[in-house]
Design a protein around this ligand. Structure first.
Ligand SMILES: C[S@@+](CC[C@H](N)C(=O)[O-])C[C@H]1O[C@@H](n2cnc3c(N)ncnc32)[C@H](O)[C@@H]1O
Length: 387
């Protein structure tokens, strides 16, 4: 038994794993042989887990009381079905069920998902379950992971296909679009990473532009406060938020506010009712000099991070998106001491030193390829000093 298994989406499994850790801070996330599946150990609140799957960017499904096995040819089918049968027998569940199955990262030679799903259906039937494909009380999930040759099966807590998820939406569809607009799936992930579990705390987006982060925050039901120096961006971001919520006006300004303000002076720019009620900041600074041209890219970030402490909770975290030169080798995750990090503006070593001087602890660094001459570094840091 592998307990609870989370199946991660393919666009960036390393970031998806970090998102999962941020959303389930009480559980340990343990790697499994497949980089698209991880174990979520400890007790899982099922209602909470269902919500997480719905609002996360990187989690596709969670299986509970599951089994996972390396498919090594001879005897695999027999062993697998035996383990599934024990799993079904040991479960206190009764009533109707269905089986959902899917492949990730290719198929396993000679293995048919629908055939095994049928056999699992037979096992459940023999244990007193009745099949109901339209409205089952329980679902069994079967995952075939081609890259790792692993097959997993468990009770499906929830499952997202693709419709309506942040992974399928595009920033170009919004009424106010600019080339600076972030990809919704990255924006959703950054908001969850910075904000942590969905609670009464807010996420701050102090350089909101077209509102990439703030849209995702309010779509998942988070409180959000966003700023921009430019009135055009403030108005445009609000237009996008209302469009995303299919609403004509924001009904509760204590849940969402987008205002003109300076990210380097958050104490005065963020209204005092939000102070010390902010669990995370998402920061996507302009690539060149800031709009007023007065500060370098580096200084703008340094001042914003420092200023965040005036309004943030003591244990707040930040997610920072930085332009970098593309890596020579394809990698998803980097160590802070890696020599491969080449920022577009300034030296990584000085940047890292600046974070240290301001007492930020780096929790993780990930990389995303944008095009042949641009990459993105996604940095997660905590205001709590390292143990
Ligand atoms: C790269 S864009 C943000 C893009 C955004 N993530 C999106 O999805 O559209 C950076 C934004 O920061 C704003 N900005 C620059 N300096 C600022 C400051 N000191 N305070 C607040 N906003 C600032 C710019 O006007 C610009 O809209």
């Amino acid at each position: 038994m592998a307990g609870n298994i989370a199946c991660l989406r393919g666009w960036h499994p390393a970031l998806a794993k970090a998102e999962l850790s941020a959303l389930f801070p009480e559980n340990e996330i343990k790697p499994l042989e497949s980089h698209r599946m991880v174990e979520v150990s400890g007790d899982l609140n099922l209602l909470e887990a269902t919500k997480v799957i719905q609002y996360s960017s990187g989690v596709r499904a969670i299986l509970s009381d599951s089994i996972i096995m390396n498919w090594d040819g001879e005897g695999s089918m027999e062993r697998f079905l035996h383990q599934v049968s024990v799993m079904i027998e040991d479960s206190p569940k009764t009533g109707s069920f269905s089986v959902s199955h899917w492949h990730q990262e290719g198929k396993i030679k000679g293995l048919s998902g629908s055939k095994i799903a049928g056999m699992i259906g037979g096992l459940a039937g023999r244990n007193g379950f009745t099949i109901d494909l339209d409205n089952p009380e329980h679902k069994l999930g079967l995952v075939i992971d081609g890259a790792s040759n692993m097959v997993a099966c468990g009770w499906l807590i929830d499952y997202i296909s693709t419709e309506g998820n942040s992974n399928t939406r595009r920033a170009t569809e919004r009424p106010f679009f600019k080339p600076i607009s972030l990809d919704p799936k990255l924006a959703r992930l950054a908001v969850n990473l910075a904000g942590g579990p969905l609670d009464d705390n807010a996420v701050l987006d102090p350089m909101t532009g077209t509102g990439g982060f703030v849209i995702e925050a309010v779509m998942v039901g988070r409180k959000a406060i966003a700023l921009d120096l430019e009135q055009e961006m403030v108005d445009g971001a609000m237009k996008n938020v209302l469009w995303a919520l299919s609403s004509e006006e924001v009904t509760d300004p204590s849940r969402i506010q987008i205002i003109k303000g300076d990210a380097t002076d958050l104490r005065n720019s963020v209204p005092s009712n939000w102070h010390q009620k902010i669990s995370g900041m998402v920061l996507d600074p302009p690539y060149g000099r800031n709009s007023h041209g007065s500060l370098s890219h580096f200084k703008l970030i340094e001042n914003t991070l420092h200023s965040f402490r005036d309004v943030a909770n003591d244990d707040a975290t930040i997610v920072l998106i930085l332009p970098i030169h593309p890596l020579q080798e394809k990698k998803l995750e980097l160590d802070e001491d890696s020599e491969e990090i080449k920022l577009l503006h300034g030296e990584w070593t000085s940047f890292k030193q600046m974070l240290k001087n301001d007492k930020w602890t780096i929790k993780g660094i990930w990389v995303e390829h944008v095009h042949s001459s641009l990459g993105r570094l996604i940095l997660h840091a905590s205001s709590v000093p390292q143990d």
